[in-house]
Design a binder for this molecule. Sequence first.
Ligand SMILES: Cc1ncc(C[n+]2csc(CCOP(=O)(O)OP(=O)(O)O)c2C)c(N)n1
Length: 963
Amino acid sequence: MEVDIVVVEFGESTERFWEQFYGQNKGYIEQQYDLYRQNPDAVEASIKEIFDTYGAPEWMNQNHIVQNTSETVNTFTINNVKKLTSALKLVEAIRRFGHLDADIYPVGEYKETGETKAIDPANYGLTESDLKSIPATWLWEKAPSEVENGLDVVNTLKKYYTGTITFEYDHVNNDEERAWLFELIESGKARLELSPDVRKRILERLVHVEGFETFLQKTFVGQKRFSIQGLEVMVPMLDQIVNDAITDKVENIMMGMAHRGRLAVLAHVLGKPYDRIFSEFHSSPNKELIPSEGSRGINYGWTGDVKYHFGAKREVKEGDETTRITLAHNPSHLEFVNPVVEGFTRAAQDDRSQRGNPVRDVNKAFCVVIHGDAAFIGEGVVAETLNLSGLPGYNTGGTVHIIANNLLGYTTDREDGRSTRYASDLAKGFEIPIIRVNADDPISCISAIKIAYEYRKKFNKDFLIDLVGYRRFGHNEMDEPRTTQPKLYQEIDNHPPVTKVFATALEERNIINTNHLQELEESVENELRHIYTSMKENETVETEVLNMPKELLSDLDIYETAIDLESLKDLNEGLLKRPEGFNGFKKTEKILKRREAAFDEGNKADWGTGEALAYASIIKDGIPIRFTGQDSERGTFAHRHAVLNDTITGQKYVPLHGLDEAKASFEIRNSPLSEVAVLGFEYGYSIQSPETLVIWEAQFGDFANVAQIIFDQFIGAARAKWGDKSNLIVLLPHGYEGQGPEHSSARLERYLQMAAENNLIIAYPSSSAQFFHLIRRQAAMGGHDEARPLIVMTPKSSLIRNTRVSSAAEEFTDGKFEPLKNQPNLEINKDSAKRLLIGSGKVMVEIEEVIENSGENYDWLRALRLEQIYPFPKDELEKVLKELPNIEEIVWVQEEPKNMGAWDFVDDYLQELITDGQKLRYIGRPDRSAPATGLPNVHKFEQNLIIQQAIKFSEGGNSSAGN
Ligand SMILES: Cc1ncc(C[n+]2csc(CCOP(=O)(O)OP(=O)(O)O)c2C)c(N)n1
């Protein structure tokens, strides 16, 4: 509100004094007086002094009580209330809007400050002499002693808020956090006083970084490296945070970043040896080059990746303590690594050795994520990941974010790239404090990262640094930036590197002499040249072809998954125990109580029971479980009830926490409404903690396509590219129940299309015991070389509650997961079998039902359930076929359209198996653009037709005609 306060001469009577106010001014004074009445210190010192002196404003004081004598009035030193209130507004504006005028751009059109009038004294009708006439403490209660008057206040606060480091934290609502930041800034301690020695070391570091990039530029002409130049200071900033973490004995620092500056970070922060990087530029094999101290190689896969995608690990020992720094492997897809490193971090914080939820220590690990300025605001995964930061299931105790802001996104300017003023604005909604800092001022940059670290340590919350620099070259070094940004690059071409800028500043302070920079540069160049020459001498030229690890080819059947009946019953009983006085929801408890008799003679365990017992037996084996997904605690189809809610107290009880036998943690969490970030997080968790069974469940299977990048770039390909081993389970509810195009198909075909080199297991189990063994096998695989992710088509409502998917005790206590299973309740008649029907999941259960209800003789039909589609159980199928001499046709049946489901995939295998005279036929829906019809009646008709055709012997022919 613009308040126009009249000029008042002090020294008049109280009555006269208050008479001077009218209009808006009166309102302002009333408001201030109300505040003052409640707490005299709630208003600025100067206003307080007015009320102390004059009492209540005349018009508010019916009794006209005059508390002060005209003598005291005369002692009042300010001669202009309008000026005073204006000055107060100016001071507040500097705090709030100082960032708009800050010196944060080394180059570019926004470099010239003056974006706002809000902090210009003239805008408030204030002159220097007006400001000088106001005592400092009237405007700034905690003004330091050398700040004497209003002008000093304005200048000092401008120094703090509009310099090369500036702050935005108005959006932080927590009082304690705001006060901490306020104190820090206004005590003048935010920008560090660094000793001459430290400044010299920073310069040395910058020369190394710049020298490294320049050397690569000269030596490997025309090769892409996404140089850090323009943001070199990121390296000493990371040095600082790593050193702080080592001092605090943090066990793990997890880092995620994109291509920009990655090689420089790998070389200088992760300690990746220069010769190894040079060798990669030569495309020479990954031969063992001696790692520099503390740096460890990281496994690469057999297909490899480009050099600016690889991560690295480094261990730094300090006495008995070790700090590990991990830079995650990263795909080209910008920002998608963010949730993955958050998952790493959470896994590194969790102690999973006891039953119950894991015990977390956020001081054991934290993560640093480096973003691009265009990508941070542009890619939605950033918002999804920020949303995880405060959730109990995903919080990692605060992430330090750095936006490597080089003003451009490839060739795109800010005006075309975002609707927000700053690249960082998204963070405001999450109440993350923001520091914006000029990359040409290394001292401000080091100060920024120090504040970020301390804030994280104190409040365990995220912090963001918008590091504003520029990009010395094009998007990559082959790219000509002058065609798209001619003016900016004219400026950049004439702009000295930060080494020069900083060295000049140090020279001016007599910290270094004039030759220092040149000597440093020469010494770095010599060092690099020497390393490069030695590397070339040792280099071998033959290209080594790497192979997929043989363990991926080994039999998955090596794990025992059955458990004895007594244990099964004990676990089942244990899951039905409730804490003393627990008031369960009657309907749920009644359903769960039915599980009591599941293993009695003649009874069967339904899907939910089999699943619960899989988890119970896994934690009994000492393998921890982490399970997340939308509404996964109850389960989309209300079958799981892994978390029970007391109807009176609202307290939660997790039966899997109450198991006496449990030797490891079990954590189940309802996830936020996100797929890509949550799945990325769980994938990261599974990589960092291979011994934990991590499970993610989609609400309905098709929503998993929102997380497609995590499947394509991580789950499907990460082993081959980077050597990452994960036994993550993805549960995708799938099945045609007439619910329309979006709730029917989990897009099985997508996973089958990316299946190769035994990268995944893709299964569609059709009984609770099969699911039990499948999950247990996956748990047992954790940490072994055979480990790989498992994608499961899981039942929805109709199948979950179908008693045909229930299994008898002996199916849990004997046997294993069967990739190929006989159709239950169909007599096997080897000689009369003329048709071999093969299919997966729900449609096969429905066929079982129809055959049974028909009462007809189906001895001409042999039916198999393909429960594991990939790896395809070719040997098992071949064996069955050999035993069937009279088969005339092999029929694949599915409920999905022909261009979806498993048909295209199994077709290749089946073609290989058919012999002369045999026909291969497809039965299912025809090619469709949408996965399922939205009309329930059409669905029913189609479904019935498929089943009827599957069990009707045809005249042969390789077609889907009539289907
Ligand atoms: C998801 C995704 N979309 C598009 C691209 C192609 N791309 C590579 S870099 C880039 C610009 C990134 O700009 P910014 O985030 O500012 O980072 P910078 O390259 O400037 O460091 C784009 C669009 C990509 N790598 N990933």
